[in-house]
Design a protein around this ligand. Structure first.
Ligand SMILES: NC(=O)C1=CN([C@@H]2O[C@H](COP(=O)(O)OP(=O)(O)OC[C@H]3O[C@@H](n4cnc5c(N)ncnc54)[C@H](O)[C@@H]3O)[C@@H](O)[C@H]2O)C=CC1
Ligand SMILES: O=C([O-])CC(=O)C(=O)O
Length: 337
């Protein structure tokens, strides 16, 4: 297996235009999100090796995706075929959609009991095999799984807060789409910063900073609610068959692409749930706000910007939930290392 530097030079030697050579591993790659996410990553020209790991099914998914005529090499791994260590060896970016999704009537926090140990064990494998990788966590509840990964890495002595990300991009994608529906505009022209966390009231869209700061009170309340509970719409419509997978794959591919651009030295700024100084003195060690990505992961954490009085209220509510969600993740690893 070539080291990352060697892979860089190998690519450069064969193509003057190829500026990047990255191995991306997807853990949970045979699932509802994992499959379309892997397909979208096959289209990303920054990816030269796509490593697909799941408990089962990944050899088939990898064989299928590998026929797409882009340059990257795709390999499938299971615990029995190749194993997780080989799947993660020399990975530059690890994306984790492994874990169970919601059914109607459940909150994301109801997934904690199942997903906490899945994410903990996968984090241990990442810390062992590719401690320098950027790790993007999709598995819910993100507000707790991100602290779980951080605590596992601390226990292993490999934690770098610049390299651990909770993926909140779907909230940003939804906010743009839903605002455009209300305003009758093209979503491509609507950028909405979403801060806080990734569940219900912890999702705080900053519409006062958007192109439409003056929506009527009715429209504003309905839009904020739709952005905060957009996931529920999909869970309800899928009627027991899971939660958002295709839109999440879109969002996950977009975020992974931003991480890779950062690694290449391009400056990209995206909201993501990271260890953050913003409310640390209030016991909230993680917070999503716009983050500039760079060659080492987090380059700069931006503050929430200018807020309306209503947004100050939404943030206060978000903080109250987040304190509990974060503590739950930290306590889980302390009690179940
Ligand atoms: N961050 C976000 O915005 C979003 C997060 N999610 C979350 O993503 C997670 C995955 O959702 P879906 O793909 O719909 O679920 P899914 O059940 O279709 O797929 C999950 C995959 O994870 C695999 N898996 C389970 N344990 C594993 C382990 N130890 N190692 C490797 N693979 C393992 C399963 O075999 C399965 O293929 C859920 O927790 C869901 O709540 C879903 C949508 C949006
Ligand atoms: O709602 C869910 O459980 C899945 C999710 O996180 C989302 O769609 O935002």
């Amino acid at each position: 297996m070539l080291s990352r530097t060697a892979r860089f030079s190998a690519t450069r030697a064969f193509s003057s235009s190829a500026a990047s050579a990255y191995k991306v591993a997807v853990l949970g790659a045979a699932g509802g999100i994992g499959q379309p996410l892997s397909l979208l990553l096959k289209e990303n020209t920054d990816v030269t090796e796509l490593s697909l790991y799941d408990l089962r099914g990944t050899p088939g998914v990898a064989a299928d995706i590998s026929h797409v005529n882009t340059k990257s090499v795709v390999k499938g791994y299971t615990p029995e075929q190749g194993g997780i260590d080989a799947a993660l060896e020399n990975a530059d970016v690890v994306v984790i959609p492994a874990g169970v999704p919601r059914k109607p009537g459940m909150t994301r926090d109801d997934l904690f009991n199942t997903n906490a140990s899945i994410v903990r064990d996968l984090a241990k494998a990442v810390g062992k095999n590719c401690p320098k990788a950027l790790v993007a966590i999709i598995a819910n509840p993100v507000n707790s799984t991100v602290p779980i990964v951080a605590e596992v890495f601390k226990n292993q002595g490999v934690y770098d807060p610049k390299r651990v990300f909770g993926v909140t991009t779907l909230d940003v994608v939804r906010a743009s789409r839903f605002l455009a529906e209300v305003a009758g505009t093209n979503p491509a022209d609507e950028k909405v910063t979403v801060v806080g966390g990734h569940s219900g009231h912890t999702i705080v869209p900053l519409l006062s900073q958007s192109n439409h700061p003056d929506l009527s009170a009715d429209k504003y309340e309905a839009l904020v609610h739709r952005i905060q509970f957009g996931g529920d719409e999909v869970v309800k419509a899928k009627d027991g068959a899971g939660s958002a997978t295709l839109s999440m794959a879109f969002a996950g591919a977009r975020f992974t692409s931003s991480l890779l651009k950062g690694l290449k030295g391009e400056k990209v700024t995206e909201p993501t749930f990271v260890e953050s100084p913003l409310f640390k003195d209030e016991g909230i060690a993680f917070w999503s706000s716009p983050v500039t990505l760079g060659p080492n992961g987090v380059e700069k954490i931006h503050d929430n910007g200018k807020l309306s009085a209503k947004e100050e209220e939404l943030i206060a509510t978000a903080k109250a939930d987040l304190v509990k969600n974060i503590k739950k993740g930290v306590d889980f690893v302390a009690q179940n290392p």
